[in-house]
Design a protein around this ligand. Structure first.
Ligand SMILES: Cc1cc2nc3c(=O)[nH]c(=O)nc-3n(C[C@H](O)[C@H](O)[C@H](O)COP(=O)(O)OP(=O)(O)OC[C@H]3O[C@@H](n4cnc5c(N)ncnc54)[C@H](O)[C@@H]3O)c2cc1C
Length: 405
């Protein structure tokens, strides 16, 4: 049985482990932190129908549907509170499943728990520092000085991937999108009643100074995120408190009509997610060498505004497992994986970068976006999901054999 070292226990890591197990390989996951730390950043994730469909091939989409909430519709408004249009976020799977939103921390924990339940071994506190190909496979070295060997190494180690650097020391670094993200959760029955929110509808407001999105969960909790355009990357040393970020955001949102400023003001410190930088990855020219490969954000981080980061990671995981299942030569299997994935993920990254640049622009650019977006959104809504069907309708066939180049 082929053995696989998976570096990173975030999203791509546990899903790749479950997919490889189903494909007949023996995976072990090595995570740098004591628990999946990436889940601590940000508020929540949207898992689109294409990602849920890929998870369903592993019988794992229940991980999202049991804890997350259906968010099948986008409803856009202007800063003046004028409704622009409603649009579906992808279609509906044959079993009735639609796009879901799930708290980041819940998603990471649930995926780790599900993979563990299936017998996948996780080693926490193991940070990859180096890896080399050997005659029979690959040897990984961790920060604690230990080494381990296997047939193949899969870097699911996120946007600051060490595996990516090992495969190609000249690989590009993450690119700052000119946006800070913030978010939070509010339980305020009076506010909820007053706003008359429709469950499952994701409200998006093109504010004058910040972009704001929110929806209400079935239990009445309001989930929200905001994007502030900023030219300077937030430094790791930034020490502004939740209260300071909240005050700044409330001030920006007060320029608009609608509930955004009140929702943020009602968010308490313990559920307020302070500002974090938003990134994507420019094209990574080299995804693999003879025995190592990168998947998920390590290979192609997509702007969070596309809502496709998780779905791309899951599609990668399933596709890689099919290639390693069917193509005995590891190097040929990794090349077949890249062939199947590169064009699609680069199209999704480009789409995400386009939607982010709308949010990042300031001054005249931002004014133009606010004036022109309603026209384009209405046009797109008339066409239903069709303009983005290439993104949402992608389905992977687990039974179709992978072929070499
Ligand atoms: C704020 C925010 C909002 C987002 N919103 C959405 C959304 O709505 N929808 C969506 O689909 N996507 C969204 N995304 C993107 C999504 O979170 C990522 O695409 C997804 O997490 C990628 O999964 P991954 O497993 O590739 O990387 P990660 O989730 O980053 O996991 C990487 C893991 O590798 C570990 N690691 C790193 N280096 C090492 C090392 N050297 N050794 C061992 N382990 C290591 C890390 O600790 C981490 O656990 C958002 C991202 C952010 C930051």
């Amino acid at each position: 049985m082929k053995t696989a070292l998976i570096i990173g226990g975030g999203i791509a890591g546990p899903v790749t482990a479950m997919a490889l197990q189903q494909a007949g390989l023996e995976p072990i996951v090595y995570e740098a932190y004591e628990e999946a730390a990436a889940g601590q950043i940000g508020a929540y994730l949207t898992v689109a129908v294409n990602g849920l469909s890929a998870l369903a091939l592993l019988d794992a989409h229940h991980v999202v549907t049991e804890i997350g909430h259906p968010t099948a519709t986008l409803s856009f408004s202007t800063s003046a509170g004028k409704h622009i249009t409603d649009m579906p976020i992808g279609g509906t799977l044959p079993d009735g499943t639609v796009t879901h939103s799930i708290k980041r921390r819940d998603m990471y924990r649930a995926l780790n728990a599900e993979a563990t339940r299936r017998g996948v071994r996780f080693e926490y506190g193991k940070r990859l520092v180096d890896a080399t190909s050997t005659a029979d496979g690959v040897r990984a070295t961790f920060a604690d000085g230990t080494t381990i060997e296997a047939d193949v190494l899969i870097g699911a180690d996120g946007i600051r991937s060490r595996t990516r650097e090992i495969i190609d020391p000249t690989a590009p670094k993450a690119h700052f999108l000119g946006i800070y993200g913030l978010g939070g959760f509010v339980t305020d029955p009076a506010l909820h009643r007053e706003l008359g929110l429709r469950p499952g509808v994701y409200n998006m407001i093109f504010g004058k100074k910040a972009f704001f999105g929110y929806f209400v969960a079935p239990d009445g909790e309001i989930w929200w995120f905001a994007n502030m355009p900023r030219t300077q990357e937030l430094s790791a040393q930034d020490s502004a408190s939740a209260a300071q970020w909240r005050a700044q955001l409330v001030e920006l949102l007060s320029a608009d009509r609608g509930p955004a400023a009140r929702i943020v003001a009602a968010t308490t410190d313990d559920t307020f997610v302070s500002a974090f930088n938003q990134y994507d990855m420019p094209t990574v020219a080299t995804w693999h060498n003879d025995k190592m490969v990168i998947v998920g954000d390590a290979a192609h981080a997509v702007a969070s505004s596309s809502g496709q980061g998780v779905s791309m990671a899951v599609e990668d995981a399933v596709t890689l497992a099919i290639c390693l299942r069917d193509i005995p030569d590891t190097t040929a299997a990794l090349a077949a994986f890249e062939d199947r994935r590169r064009e699609r993920v680069e199209r999704v990254v480009a789409h995400g970068a386009e939607t982010s640049s709308d949010k990042a622009s300031s001054g005249l650019g931002r004014l133009l976006v606010r004036l022109l977006t309603p026209y384009f959104l209405k046009k797109a809504a008339k066409a239903g999901v069709a303009p983005l069907s290439w993104m949402f309708d992608h389905r992977i066939d687990w039974t179709a054999p992978a072929l070499t180049r």
